[in-house]
Design a binder for this molecule. Structure first.
Ligand code: GDP
Length: 217
């Protein structure tokens, strides 16, 4: 493909992403068990990450909402997967945050069961976005989830969040170390996307990447 053709394709992908994410996005259901999952009729993508990683902010930024996704990580609160319908084209699954240091064992077990069941039983799940706080990089609790995703053969992509909080040189370094680490993870997508919901960085790219998954169906 010539550079011009490549450029045209990129522009098309960006436009498709812009269009898709300008569609109406509505809350479908909060699922606490497999039986609650909404019918599987369209492409689905999931968002996962440690508590406070910036997941709600990113989903809100992608869909141009102020409070579509809310922080639901209050310790002790029921853990659920929140589903959203974007323009009858794409289902967005917002997985409960993990890695809260003081979480009781029972909460961790509940999380693992719910998310494990979800990941293994969801045929239309095309990709999981695994959010990593750029100030902290990949932590042990993220590695556990990465192994779970590898095992379930669910394709996942690392999305760095809060990139406005670190210096460009730190971000460069983080991109290199993270890329190196994911090489050994079989289900990890090689391309990383650096984002900031506050500054709007990477949002256009992420929309384009996710919209392409709908087209490829
Ligand atoms: P969640 O628990 O993963 O849903 O995280 P939230 O979206 O609620 O964000 C957690 C905290 O990080 C909040 O105080 C947000 O304002 C802040 N935050 C989220 N995204 C960004 C970002 O891109 N840049 C900065 N500077 N702060 C962010």
């Amino acid at each position: 493909m010539s550079p011009e053709e490549q450029e045209q394709n990129n522009e098309k992908a960006v436009e498709h992403g812009r269009w898709l994410f300008s569609q109406t996005c509505t809350f479908l259901v909060g699922a606490v068990k497999m039986e609650d999952l909404p019918e599987a009729s369209q492409t689905e993508i999931a968002f996962a990450g440690r508590s406070n990683v910036g997941k709600s902010s990113l989903i809100n930024a992608l869909t141009n909402h102020k409070d579509l996704a809310r922080t639901s990580n209050t310790p002790g609160r029921t853990q659920q997967v929140n589903f959203f319908n974007l323009g009858k084209q794409l289902t967005i699954a917002d997985l409960p945050g993990y890695g809260y240091a003081k979480a009781p064992r029972e909460t961790v077990r509940q999380w693992t069961n719910l998310v494990g069941d979800y990941l293994q039983g969801r045929m239309q799940l095309r990709r999981s976005c695994l959010l990593i706080d750029s100030r902290h990089g990949i932590k042990e609790s993220d590695r556990k989830v990465m192994r779970m995703l590898d095992k379930s053969a669910v394709s996942y992509q690392i999305i760095l969040t809060k990139c406005d909080k670190i210096k460009p040189a730190q971000l460069e370094k983080l991109l290199i170390t993270t890329s190196t680490e994911i090489e050994s993870h079989v289900a990890a997508h090689p391309e990383l996307i650096a984002t900031s919901s506050v500054k709007g960085i990477g949002i256009v790219d992420l929309r384009a990447t996710l919209a392409a998954l709908v087209t490829e169906r």
